[in-house]
Design a protein around this ligand. Structure first.
Ligand code: R2B
Ligand code: URA
Length: 307
């Protein structure tokens, strides 16, 4: 597994369907990078785009649909698809997996000289905090479960602190597009998208789905119902709208490298009401399409404004 370019750059977690020395030229036209937790969700997003994203991106202009290209082999640890100017990949679960993805994706972007041209969006699922299932949550602040705005890495015997600074501009664009879409009663995607709420606020990013998110349902639970409630009350008072597992490391890395980025998640449960996540496959498909749709709106906006 893994690929080395001629400069010795190692994309250890990607097995390309082409010679890795060509990665720079293969992705030079990319302007948006979308990453999701799972490879299946990344593929579904890529297929959604391949059915809708037109060359030229501007309305009234004669255009065709972009083709979906599979950039990674079946054996690759992380997947990568390309639909015209958009890369779609997966990042696994949690900060550890996400940072590996970002290191290697950003190395590819450096090879292609596009690091300062792209916007990267993580799209995924989350637990809402006072927010009902099916809502879109757009992160404008990323904190850890102690409500700290930084991450700490242990590098060569040193504790290195990196600030989790969100890209407020991209967050504001996502909120605006999501709210406009809500009001439009969009004809094309009305059935797919359905009615949903849009929230913008702080996100708690944890290293664990169970204990660090104050669930009482894991294999180990040493906290009380009262501890759980205190944590959620504190979260509400800090303006937190949701919990997931990647936004703090994403913010820290993108801010450090000056990459434009955003995080949009659909809620699967309101944690003020429940720990368990229960949904039908139809509901999940519909929730997921809300993310796919917003990403498409974002891509059209970005391509329209940068041309
Ligand atoms: C949301 O969902 C996953 C855990 O189920 C994790 O990747 C996240 O951030
Ligand atoms: N993902 C999370 O990290 N937490 C949830 O509650 C749901 C999805």
């Amino acid at each position: 597994m893994g690929e080395h370019s001629k400069d010795g750059i190692c994309y250890h977690h990607y097995s390309f369907t082409f010679d890795s020395e060509q990665v720079g030229q293969r992705i030079a036209d990319v302007r948006v990078v979308l990453i999701a937790g799972s490879g299946a969700r990344a593929l579904a997003q890529a297929e959604y785009l391949a059915e809708r994203l037109e060359t030229g991106a501007k309305r009234n202009q004669e255009s065709q649909l972009y083709e979906l290209e599979q950039l990674t082999k079946q054996t690759s640890r992380f997947v990568l698809y390309k639909v015209g100017p958009v890369l779609v990949g997966d990042h696994g679960m949690g900060g550890a997996s996400l940072t590996i993805t970002l290191h290697e994706l950003f190395l590819m972007c450096k090879e292609a000289n596009i690091l300062n041209k792209i916007a990267l969006i993580r799209f995924g699922t989350c637990g809402g905090i006072g927010v009902p299932p099916g809502s879109l949550c757009i992160t404008n602040r990323a904190v850890d479960p102690l409500f700290r705005d930084y991450v700490e890495l242990k590098i060569c015997l040193r504790l290195v602190r990196r600030d989790c600074v969100m890209d407020q501009q991209t967050a504001a664009i996502l909120v605006k597009l999501a709210r406009e879409g809500q009001q439009q009663d969009s004809q094309l995607d009305q059935y797919d998208i359905g009615k949903f709420q849009v929230h913008s606020g702080a996100t708690i990013a944890t290293n664990d789905f169970y204990e660090e998110q104050a669930r009482m349902t894991g294999a180990i639970c040493e906290h009380s119902q009262e501890d759980r409630q205190n944590f959620l009350d504190k979260a509400k008072s800090e303006g937190v709208i949701n919990a997931e597992m990647e936004s703090n490391y994403l913010a820290a890395m993108c801010h450090k490298l000056g990459v434009s980025f955003g995080v949009v998640c659909v809620t699967l449960v309101d944690r003020l009401k429940d720990d368990k996540i229960i949904y039908t496959s139809e509901q999940m498909a519909q929730y997921q399409r809300r993310l796919f749709w917003l990403n498409l709106m974002f891509i059209r906006h970005k391509l329209g404004s940068s041309k």
